[in-house]
Write a protein that binds this ligand. Structure first.
Ligand code: PEP
Ligand code: MG
Length: 762
């Protein structure tokens, strides 16, 4: 008899592949009746329109016609009680319970034994699973099994829900609802474009559905598919031949068996049929393979169930071939929104940035590096959309609201009209800010701060120059490292740094030494760690690899000759020894270059990033060793609050406006003040209108942010007095939590008519 965990896995697998929410629920009730030997199984789901109403959506075992008819408010009846308490309930006689509500027509009189299990995802009740029996009471093992199943199903239900809604939109042109997906705000803005799905690697589950139309496209996709099948078949026969020498014949037979499966009528026919129904070949193949594999997975016989893996393996081989043929053929609409499970800096480097309107991803949070890149590009980003149905989104119209973290998929005309009004208003706000370009960042009572840009993504520095920045406050050198296939040589680096130093000639340029690790991997320098953000990253790597560090610093210093605007910034400093070690290497690099060039060099300004909490408590000593400090609020927040900056499950907890972060920032700024050390902030907080208000209130002297954020920051600075901002921050840092601080600053911005800086529209 298969174990419970095996049964659980099977049910979850099936639900994962359900095309829509209704079918997912049907699969659950059907399979639970079998697996648990129960008389009736029901699933109630929270209504999409009334969020305190539970509606019976699927059932086996009760009378016909109950689905959709039984509805209970949260708190009413036993089902409503399970939802309200958010905990399981087991009863041997439900009918005598004071909360029991009797539905005459349901036919449940015969089943007094009751177990209700809440289905919860991210603190929200999605629904309630109800199991009923006539005779045998449920025990704690049953409850444990169902609770486990409910946690797994919660995800599957969220996913099926969103993908079902999309599927409905695809087939039902009259559908009156549009699908709104919610993630977290990654970068501000409101834009519209056609979804282009980024396929991460080759995995059957990730293949996006692309619709094709017309004879010509159908023939093309059929040809792509046939060619892939032929190619894979041929390579399987060749492999079998090659392996004959070294493998026993039964092992070689697997290759022949695979090749023969590709002659199987149904695999080929089902795929061709799907192509003819309007799907591109990779998706048609994915659907066929998953369907065939499911048939085997559901078999009790373990040997046959194992065959599902063969089909999936074969499926991947054919897919790999098809996808390799598609690479480079991607056609980008004039205005597009990149959508995917995960989008990397390298992905961004491979798309025409001119048409890129927004980014929507399943993983990541507002502090992920891809969100920072979106800031740099001045486009909205929506991160951490749990269960983003990206495989079905290609080509659909997407309105991305990077303020609220909402993406409107294929909005219907009325909604689209409303959104277009906001998009036009947004444009007006953006245009009105352009006139500030040459005006100083000065408060109404005359306190002047310097505004710099964060850079590193684009080889084109025009947006930074156009923003009116007074220099580069943070150049993330890791990005040029990430988009290459091996470490760039000293000369390569020299060229990159020279260009940026030259572009900003006469202005300070802060080049940060390599800060890889964490969520910034290098494909050619793999690091495998359980806890990458607490592991080998930033200065820890470069001090362990003086070769990499010295090459980089040499390139920086050579690039600085004759320009003299270089500042070097050291990331992830957690103690004084690291600074001492880095300074020794920098001195060595300087001596080497002086010897080689035969000219004396001016030693560049050296700064330390304050982004690891330990450095707060040694701030005086750190300041004594360097010429300036720069606060990295992204990492500082992550480490102070113990919230992974890249994890969408805790994205709501990540806020640099948390009162504890504000107090830490104040300690750092005061420490730098004691030591007369210039201090700047280069994390995302520096470009957030509310962050600008808080930091100004603490007396910060300079801020560095993405070019896209600069006009908004300047507008805020020019709208308040320093004394007002100091008063506000004194109140904010004593508040209970980040949400209170946010509401407080939003109110202040609204009072001054500046709400348009933090939300879509005016
Ligand atoms: C920071 O941590 O705030 C920072 C500016 O560095 P990065 O985002 O590149 O880690
Ligand atoms: Mg950092």
């Amino acid at each position: 008899m298969p174990s419970l965990i095996h049964r659980l896995q099977k049910i979850v697998n099936k639900v994962d592949h359900a095309p829509d929410i209704q079918q997912a629920l049907e699969i659950i009730v059907e399979n639970l009746i079998d697996a648990l030997k129960i008389d009736t199984c029901s699933i109630f789901i929270i209504s999409p329109t009334e969020n305190d109403l539970l509606v019976l959506m699927a059932n086996r075992g009760l009378n016909e016609g109950v689905v959709g008819k039984i509805k209970l408010k949260i708190g009413t009846g036993l089902v409503g009680m399970v939802a309200e308490k958010a905990e399981p309930i087991r009863l041997d006689n439900a009918h005598t319970h004071k909360n029991y509500v009797h539905f005459e027509f349901s036919g449940e009189d015969a089943f007094p034994i009751f177990m209700g299990i809440p289905i919860i995802s991210q603190r929200k009740i999605l629904g309630v699973l109800v199991l009923q029996r006539a005779l045998l009471p449920f025990d704690s093992d049953d409850e444990a099994f169902m609770t486990t199943l409910a946690t797994q199903l919660a995800n599957a239900i969220t996913h099926a829900r969103s993908s079902g809604e999309i599927a409905e939109l695809l087939t039902d042109v009259n559908a009156s609802i549009s699908c709104t997906l919610t993630g977290v705000a990654g970068a501000p803005g409101l834009t519209i474009g056609q979804a282009v799905v980024i396929n991460p690697g080759v995995s059957l589950h990730n293949v996006a559905d692309k619709r094709i139309a017309g004879n010509e496209q159908t023939i093309h996709e059929l040809e792509v598919f046939d060619a892939a099948v032929d190619q894979v078949k041929q390579s399987l026969y060749e492999q079998a031949e090659r392996m004959k020498e070294s493998l026993p014949s039964e092992e070689c037979a697997i290759f022949i068996a695979y090749a023969q499966m590709l002659d199987s009528g149904s695999l080929l026919e089902d795929t061709s049929q799907r192509i003819q129904q309007g799907h591109w070949a990779p998706y048609a193949w994915r659907e066929t393979v998953l369907e065939h594999a499911d048939v085997f997975t559901s078999m009790e016989d373990e040997y046959l169930a194992e065959r599902a893996n063969d089909i999936l393996d074969l499926g991947r081989r054919v897919l790999l071939y098809m996808m390799s043929k598609q690479v480079g053929q991607q056609v980008f609409p004039e205005k597009f929104v990149l959508v995917g499970e995960q989008i990397s800096a390298t992905d961004l480097a491979s798309v025409p940035l001119k048409g890129l309107q927004a980014i929507v991803t399943e993983h990541g949070s507002g502090a992920s590096h891809v969100a920072i890149l979106a800031h740099a590009l001045g486009i909205p980003a929506i991160m951490g959309v749990t269960n983003l149905p990206y495989t079905q989104m290609d080509g659909l119209l997407v309105v991305a609201d990077g303020y609220s973290g909402k993406a409107y998929i294929d909005p219907k005309q009325d909604l689209l009209n409303d959104l277009n009004v906001y998009i036009a208003e947004e444009q007006l706000v953006t245009n009105s800010l352009k006139e500030l370009k040459n005006k100083p960042a000065v408060t109404t009572d005359g306190y002047r701060v310097s505004l710099y840009v964060n850079s590193g993504l684009m080889s084109d520095h025009t947006p930074s120059l156009r923003s009116g920045a007074e220099g580069v406050g943070l150049y993330r050198t890791e990005i040029p490292f990430q988009i290459r296939e091996s470490f760039p040589s000293e000369d390569d680096q020299y060229r990159i740094y020279r260009e940026v130093l030259k572009t900003f000639e006469g202005m300070p340029v802060v080049l940060r030494t390599l800060d890889v690790g964490g969520d910034k991997p290098l494909s050619y320098f793999p690091i495998k760690e359980d806890n990458p953000f607490l592991g080998w990253r930033g200065i820890r790597i470069t001090l362990d690899h003086p070769d990499i560090f010295i090459t980089q610093v040499r390139a920086m210093m050579r690039a600085n000759v004759g320009l003299e605007n270089l500042h070097i910034l050291l990331p992830m400093i957690s103690g004084l020894q690291e600074l001492d070690d880095a300074l020794i290497l920098i001195h060595r690099a300087k001596d080497e270059i002086e010897d080689e060039l035969g000219i004396p060099l001016r030693f560049p300004h050296i700064g330390a990033m304050i982004e690891v909490p330990s450095s707060i408590f040694q701030i005086d000593e750190i300041c004594q060793l360097v010429d300036f400090i720069s606060i990295g609020t992204n990492d500082l927040t992550q480490y102070l609050l113990a919230v992974d900056r890249n994890n969408e499950s805790v994205a709501e907890l990540f806020s640099s406006l948390h009162p504890s972060v504000l107090r830490a920032l104040e300690m750092i700024i005061k420490g730098a003040g004691r030591q007369n050390t210039p201090v700047s902030v280069c994390g995302e907080l520096a470009g957030d209108p509310m962050g600008v208000m808080a930091l100004m209130g603490m007396g910060i002297e300079s801020l560095s942010m993405s070019a896209g954020s600069l006009p908004r920051a300047k507008k805020v600075i020019r709208s308040f007095s320093l004394s007002e901002l100091s008063e506000y921050v004194a109140i904010a840092k004593n508040m209970t939590d980040a949400q209170d601080v946010k509401s407080f600053y939003i109110e202040k911005l609204d009072d001054r008519g500046l709400g348009g800086l933090i939300r879509a529209g005016k």
